[in-house]
Design a protein around this ligand. Structure first.
Ligand code: PHE
Length: 449
């Protein structure tokens, strides 16, 4: 199959950042921080981002660029000359992508629901009631499933159209606007009465608030929000041009994504601590707090409307990234045309979206360890499966990919410091990442008892 290339370097950044920035930053980050006690966890998350997720992101890009294949095909090729069965890592990445795509689609559907509500309130210029939209969603599994289906359908159509027409065009106009809107909103939010408490909560590390599972949660979230461990960045790397410098690209994507998460924290916590109602440790945190904030602002409905549209586009960008990977893998493996591959993937995701859609209504009584099915699914996929895959990837990059390939794509002969940096990267991939992830998994196992 012929591989497409990014038209411009900018195209790669837009797609990689478009995949990384999404609900993970805006929706998941604040409530995971709240669950893990605040500042100390934020610090842990930043550390894990730079020590684990970012080096793995660079590894994925190198694997993609050197093999010019998607993850499954790349692992099959690599294992031919090795004694290890590496394709299991590729399989796990794909399996995770499928599950995440379907559950992510449900939350994207929530965002879509808020877009509709704000649009309606905007057009009718009367106010909207606060708890209604969220409660309506939680009560109706069918509504959640319908919204998730609409979202997945959008994504499948865009993915089907291909890399240049699809991905680049859709994502290109939205990120800068979203960034700007967030900055404006964070300023407003920081002028609320309890903003100093919120700043303290996000930035003052109180290590006694951490639990045994916090390290694992930080690793899982850092990888999730950078889209590492799904093979997404392998696919994007395979579209890179020969002269693109991978570590620089990886670093830029990491910093942008990390900053956006911190902004999200600075947006949500002042609102929460200034008296908004809602459960701070619940996945509905973002959707419960923000509308209350918007309705208190002058022109709030307009801001709310713009915010949810941008958030929806971010969710779209992230889901398209995921679909792109699954579709390109199906295409590489089954040799089916792109259209077929897109429809197959769409159907599987739809089927998988049924359970999370009904987790707050029909399946609301099914609780494991006090949490809903949705929360358990999230925890299983991101806190357990993702770190295990990250462990596998560190093995793949240090034992599977040849040292010469790693060096060729990492080291830039024109930059003296890149040789030293390469040395650090190798140490992280080979020793530090497996050790830290191993410890985090053990701690999470202890925490179960
Ligand atoms: N990184 C995305 C986010 O933070 C989620 C995602 C994961 C997207 C994996 C693609 C692949 O929202």
């Amino acid at each position: 199959l012929k591989r497409a290339y990014w038209n411009t370097r900018f195209g790669f950044y837009l797609a990689a950042i478009g995949s990384a920035v999404g609900l993970g930053n805006l929706w998941r980050f604040p409530y995971v921080v709240a669950n893990n006690g605040g500042g100390a966890f934020v610090l842990l998350y930043i550390l894990m981002t730079f020590l684990i997720a970012s080096p793995l992101l660079i590894g994925e890009l190198i694997l993609g660029k050197s093999s010019r294949k998607s993850i499954l095909a790349a692992t099959f090729t690599l294992e031919k000359s090795k004694k290890y069965k590496l394709h299991w890592i590729g399989r796990l990445c794909l399996l995770l992508s499928l599950f995440i795509a379907s559950y992510y689609a449900v939350i994207s559907g929530w965002v879509l629901h808020f877009v509709v509500h704000f649009t309606r309130a905007f057009i009718q210029t009367n106010h909207m009631s606060l708890s209604d939209p969220m409660q309506m969603l939680l009560n109706s599994g069918w509504l959640q499933l319908a919204l998730a289906s609409v979202h997945l359908l959008f994504c499948a159509v865009i993915t089907y159209k291909g890399v240049e027409d699809g991905l680049e065009k859709w994502i290109s106009n939205m990120m800068p606007i979203f960034g700007l809107l967030l900055v404006v909103l964070v300023f407003r939010s920081l002028s609320l009465p309890k903003s100093s408490d919120a700043l303290k909560f996000v930035f003052y590390p109180d290590f006694t608030k951490l639990s045994l599972s916090s390290l694992g949660h930080a690793i899982g979230h850092a990888c999730f929000t950078l889209s590492v461990g799904f093979g997404v960045m392998v696919t994007f790397g395979s579209y890179l041009q020969e002269n693109d410098h991978i570590p620089t690209a990886g670093f830029r994507v990491t910093v942008t994504d990390c900053l956006l998460s911190l902004f999200a924290g600075l947006l949500v916590f002042p609102i929460m601590l200034s008296g908004a109602t809602g459960d701070v440790k619940d996945p509905t945190l973002l959707f419960a707090t923000l509308p209350q904030f918007f309705l208190g602002l002058p022109n709030g409905i307009l801001f709310g409307w713009a915010f949810f549209i941008c958030l929806y586009l971010a969710a779209l960008g992230a889901t398209i990234g995921l679909m792109e990977v699954i579709v390109s893998n199906v295409q590489d493996q089954l040799r089916t045309p792109r259209s077929w591959s897109s429809w197959i993937v769409l159907s599987i995701c739809l089927a998988l979206a049924v359970v999370p859609s009904f987790s707050s209504s029909f399946l609301g009584n099914v609780r494991v360890r006090g949490n809903s099915i949705m929360e358990n699914l999230d925890s299983f996929l991101i806190n357990w499966m993702l770190p295990v895959i990250a462990l596998g990837l560190s093995f793949l990059f240090s034992r599977g990919v040849s040292a010469a390939d790693n060096e060729k794509h990492f080291v830039d002969p024109n930059r003296a410091e890149s040789v030293a940096l390469f040395g650090h990267w190798k140490v992280l991939i080979r020793y530090l990442i497996p050790i830290v992830i191993g410890i985090s998994l053990l701690l999470q196992i202890f925490a179960l008892f």
